[in-house]
Write a new protein. Structure first.
Length: 309
């Protein structure tokens, strides 16, 4: 009899959760309806520019602003790997004082001025190493590429325990969720620190003498697509952005799987925003949208965002 009672309680909890999610989604869709009406009311260039200013201010407010810091990068090259046609340099620099970013820089062997590419990483536990096939190919084609480790990945494992040679916080997604909870307790969003890391990585890329500052692009997939979207919307130094497997809409995402902390910014929908607003901030610069089938971010949502833009 006790087992039956437990089953009834468990089923009741699941029903309550479904009802709560349905209520939240109903509220979210109403907020998105109001946003859609506001977007449709934009019919002139002046109105579009006014919305861009408003959207940017709201986004920065929601993440808690960006750090007020302009200190040195204190960058060092810790090693080199020579490859036919290109070189990999191992880099370390500071995002904030004593807060280190580890990165690999891929560059052509020949001296000269080249276009630069910032390469934020997706949720690969190995971090920047996962960028090698694409980054090396770009270097062979005449680009300088900086792939860097996000917090919780590669050489930036949090709660690392040498006895287990891994993090006690779990994988990349787990570590991001833990960092997200800590950020919220401080009244900030984890996205704030991820965006700041991208900005500082861009600072380093532009400090390189072989990089043409007027030819800077950014690309990444999934979590890297998220950061590509964020930094290209907020930093005008990026001239071309190519996010993959991220651009979508909360019309379809809200009842789906939960994104990482940097992908779930509290108050985002209530502020009258959706992911297409990041594209608005980057306009009119070129920005292809890449997507695929059976991904965490559904291709139907990418099509929705494309049609709005």
């Amino acid at each position: 009899m006790r087992n039956v009672a437990l089953i009834v309680v468990a089923c009741s909890n699941l029903v309550a959760q479904d009802q709560f999610l349905e209520w939240m989604n109903h509220t979210a869709q109403q907020q998105l309806d109001r946003r859609e009406a506001a977007v449709k009311a934009v019919t002139t260039v002046d109105q579009a520019e006014a919305r861009k200013r408003s959207v940017r201010a709201k986004m920065l407010q929601l993440i808690g602003g960006l750090p007020d810091y302009d200190g040195p990068l204190n960058a060092r090259i810790t090693g080199r790997i020579e490859r036919p046609g290109y070189v990999i340099e191992k880099i370390i620099f500071e995002s904030l004082p004593q807060f280190f970013i580890t990165a690999n820089l891929y560059r052509p062997r020949e001296q000269g001025k080249y276009a630069g590419v910032l390469f934020p990483m997706g949720h690969y536990t190995m971090g920047k190493v996962a960028a090698e096939p694409v980054a090396a190919n770009l270097a062979l084609k005449g680009f300088v590429v900086l792939a860097y480790d996000p917090v919780g990945q590669g050489e930036r494992q949090q709660a690392y325990d040498p006895r287990w040679r891994s993090s006690l916080g779990g994988g990349a997604t787990d570590q991001h969720i833990l960092a997200g909870a800590q950020s919220l307790l401080a009244g900030k969003s984890f996205a704030r620190y991820r965006i700041w890391d991208a900005k500082r990585a861009l600072d380093y890329l532009l400090s390189r003498p072989e990089v043409d500052a007027e030819k800077i692009g950014c690309t990444g997939c999934s979590g890297g697509g998220t950061l590509t979207t964020y930094i290209s919307a907020l930093d005008p130094r990026i001239k071309v952005a190519a996010p993959a497997c991220y651009m979508s809409t909360f019309r379809l995402l809200f009842t789906g799987p939960t994104g990482d902390s940097e992908q779930s910014i509290p108050g985002f929908l209530a502020a009258g925003l959706d992911l297409a607003d990041y594209v608005l901030l980057f306009s009119p610069k070129p920005r292809p949208i890449f997507s695929t089938f059976a991904d965490f971010f559904p291709i139907e949502a990418a099509r929705h965002a494309y049609q709005e833009d």
